[in-house]
Design a protein around this ligand. Structure first.
Ligand code: PLP
Length: 388
């Protein structure tokens, strides 16, 4: 009988939670348009507002400042723009500064022209270089407009947590705006938009057990807002046109409510499993390099390089053994390329890294089997003397 597969790719996407599924089914049973004033419309509207409250609570925000979108990628393209408003007054951002380890959704710069996007270096540890950020902002010419800075809260490949609150102090001291991609961090560490002092957060539903194809832009206040990316019928208070995807939003809200509960105990259990995994891996192959193990990391992520094993070859080998993992980021339709994250850390990006990421449904038996598979693939590599 075929062995059960082991899914250790939660940073690519998390399985849909049953609570999210049932909220989605409830939404699909509703017939009204959330913008309609009749009873059917009001029922749909109520569902959206419940979801908005849950998403806001997950990050300590005010519900009115949550703007639903079709994905985190859309939210990023919405907020990364030279054109904003402060109340009724236009506000211009003339340059975008992105950390070198951002997800492509942010790294490509949204609506900024490529020539108006600069990269902020990261230290070999995988943490954004705050001195480099400060130097860039000191050199920023203010006459043309404000600097906008984008730094993620936790990296999707390494899980390394970034010093966002410290970055916010630097950015705000220079009169800039800070956008934080919290896609991987949400539900995996406590988040408070006010404590982080971020102007905007970006979230995705499918990383926390909600459906794929739902995201949100969360603003800290209601005065500063980017110009809309999608204009239309005035939905989302004019910030994002188009009749709302009620089922996706309801599923997102239900998942956010679950993610906000018991983060600490859930994390402790996941961290213990990740330690068990990494101890087992180190025993099986002492030359394994686990990236970011010396700095603050998400409890669920293990990004490693096994000398002599190319990431793309390794990914197939693990898959054939029944284990789903990613070679770096898995967002680009199965494309395995060099890791820009390893590159930015000054490491060998060509061999690439493999990412194991755990979730609340991961158990010790899965981890022990993963270590077994890792040992087998590691030994095969040793025997052939080259890539497995
Ligand atoms: N930002 C990060 C850090 C991610 O890991 C991802 C998805 O992998 C995204 C943004 C994009 O999210 P979405 O799939 O909702 O567009």
């Amino acid at each position: 009988m075929a062995k059960e597969r082991i899914y250790l790719d939660w940073n690519a996407t998390a399985p849909l939670l049953s609570e999210a599924r049932s909220a989605m089914l409830d939404a699909l049973a509703l017939s009204g348009n959330p913008s309609s004033v009749h009873q059917e419309g009001r029922a749909a509207r109520a569902m959206i507002e419940t979801a908005r409250r849950h998403v806001a609570e997950l990050v300590g925000a005010t519900p009115a400042n949550v703007i639903f979108a079709s994905s985190a990628t859309e939210a990023a393209n919405h907020v990364l723009t030279p054109h904003l408003r402060m109340g009724r007054a236009p506000l211009a951002a003339s340059r975008l500064y992105v950390s070198a380890i951002e997800h492509p959704a942010v790294r490509l710069g949204g609506r900024f022209e490529p020539v108006a996007v600069s990269e902020i270096a990261v230290l070999p540890s995988g943490v954004v270089d705050l001195a480099a950020l400060e130097a860039l902002l000191v050199a920023h010419p203010r006459e043309a407009g404000l600097p906008m800075v984008a730094i993620m809260l936790a990296n999707n490949e390494t899980g390394i947590v970034q010093p966002v609150a410290d970055a916010a102090r630097i950015v705000h001291a220079r009169g800039g705006l800070l956008v934080v991609d919290a896609v991987q961090a949400a539900g995996r560490m406590p988040i408070d938009i006010n404590a982080l002092d971020a102007d905007f957060l970006i979230l995705s539903a499918h990383k926390l057990g909600g459906p794929k194809g739902a995201g949100a832009l969360v603003a800290r206040g209601e005065t500063l807002m980017p110009s809309p990316l999608i204009r239309g019928g005035g939905q989302e208070k004019g910030h994002r046109g188009g009749t709302e995807n009620l089922a996706a939003i309801a599923g997102f809200g239900a998942a956010a409510a679950m993610a906000a509960k018991d983060i600490e105990p859930r994390n402790a259990a996941i961290r213990a499993l990740r330690d068990r995994l990494e101890n087992g891996m180190r025993k099986a192959a002492p030359d394994v390099v686990i990236h970011g193990s010396g700095v603050e990391r998400l409890a669920n992520t293990c990004f490693f390089t096994l000398p002599g094993l190319k990431a793309e070859t390794g990914q197939i080998a693990f898959d054939l053994e029944g284990l789903a993992l990613s070679a770096g980021a898995a967002c680009s339709s199965g494309k395995v390329g060099e890791s820009h994250v390893l590159n930015a850390m000054g490491l060998d990006a060509k061999t690439g890294g493999l990412r194991l990421s755990l979730g609340p449904a991961t158990d010790a038996a899965m981890i022990d089997r993963a270590v077994e598979i890792f040992g087998k693939i590691g030994a095969r590599r040793g025997l052939s003397g080259k890539a497995a």
